[in-house]
Write a new protein. Structure first.
Length: 190
């Protein structure tokens, strides 16, 4: 059991007969009344996100988890299942698309962290790297001198995802994309 003061991003808890991962939290100490913690929880079985408030000092059942590094191998032809290989013992696992936070930004060979429930070795969630470098495959041609404005245009990257990029980005450029928000960060020089 953990207390509300131990709540942090990435903590896996048992709540309402389901396993949830804390994706956002905020400790609130109002001027009047007791402190509380606002959380955004993601179900690791269904993928649904819910907002919940825990009163200060509440006890929450923690789920014991382990993190392991896996390399993404390929997605099946149907695009519903994704195959990963453990980088330590080379065992392979297959996960459903719903378990992944940003499957459209996952490129073959990318190393991710998979959270596994310790008691039954059940994979719970996949943590992507903070950012990935992807090549732009299709976008409108860039125009020289369009770097001063915040105007953007849609671009399709090598994984098939669509990302809004600045006007100066051309096909073939490599860009860094934030995996949490799916947004452009910067152009990467080759």
């Amino acid at each position: 059991m953990v207390s509300t003061s131990d709540i942090r991003k990435g903590l896996c808890i048992k709540y309402n007969n389901d396993t949830y991962k804390v994706i956002e939290f905020l400790h609130v100490k109002p001027g009047k009344g007791p402190a509380f913690v606002r959380t955004k929880l993601k179900s690791l079985t269904s993928g649904k996100v819910l907002d919940n408030t825990f009163s200060g000092g509440s006890k929450i059942e923690e789920v014991r988890v382990e993190t392991r590094k896996y390399q993404f191998l390929y997605a099946d032809a149907d695009g519903v299942t994704y195959n990963f290989m453990n980088t330590d013992d080379y065992n392979q696992i297959t996960l459903q698309k719903e378990v992944l936070d940003a499957p459209d930004l996952l490129k073959e060979g990318e190393v991710v962290t998979i959270i596994v429930r310790a008691e039954d070795e059940q994979p719970l969630s996949v943590d992507m790297p903070l950012s990935v470098v992807l090549e732009v495959k299709a976008t409108e041609p860039g125009v020289k001198g369009n770097t001063a404005t915040n105007a953007t245009k849609p671009a399709t990257v090598e994984t098939g995802a669509r990302v809004n990029v600045p006007l100066f980005i051309n096909e073939g450029d490599k860009i860094k994309v934030d995996t949490e928000k799916g947004t452009y960060l910067e152009r990467v020089k080759s």
